[in-house]
Design a protein around this ligand. Structure first.
Ligand SMILES: [Zn+2]
Length: 144
């Protein structure tokens, strides 16, 4: 594909094909909707906290994935989604998965957005998947 100018970031890019170009433009559009908020001292793993639609998110990646899901809902590829869904674990603890996504055919996916998988995250994921008949899918920036 020839060089293209992205109408959102105005950068000249050279996408492999139309799909890659569309993906880039969509991602730039989402990034514009997410506002980075000052990272607080207790922010985990140096995640940049963010605000999207007036709601606070633990990471910019999580907020961007939420914007992605809103696009998917508008396109009717996703029926609806829930945020911070708790899985109760032994020892009176719980793990909150970032997103529960319900597709038009009622299929359900659980997604966590992670730039970096910590040891405690890996342990919790294993425990949730052992106790519940679910798989937690990890999404990184390049996955959507
Ligand atoms: Zn762009």
């Amino acid at each position: 594909m020839r060089e293209q100018e992205c109408p959102v970031c105005n950068r000249t890019i050279r996408p492999k094909d139309l799909d890659e170009f569309v993906k880039h433009v969509k991602r730039c559009g989402r990034e514009n909707k997410v506002i980075e908020t000052e990272s607080e001292s207790n922010s985990k793993m140096g995640n940049i906290r963010a605000t999207y639609k007036g709601e606070k998110f633990d990471s910019k990646l999580e907020a961007e994935f939420c914007a992605y899901l809103d696009d998917e809902v508008r396109g009717e590829f996703v029926k609806y989604y829930l945020r911070q869904v708790p899985f109760h674990l032994p020892g009176n603890t719980r793990y909150r998965v970032d997103f529960m996504i319900v597709f038009p055919d009622d299929r359900i996916e659980f997604v966590d957005t992670k730039g970096f998988e910590t040891k405690s995250f890996k342990k919790n994921k294993k425990q949730v998947e052992a106790l519940y008949p679910v798989k937690i899918i990890i999404k990184k920036k390049e996955d959507f």
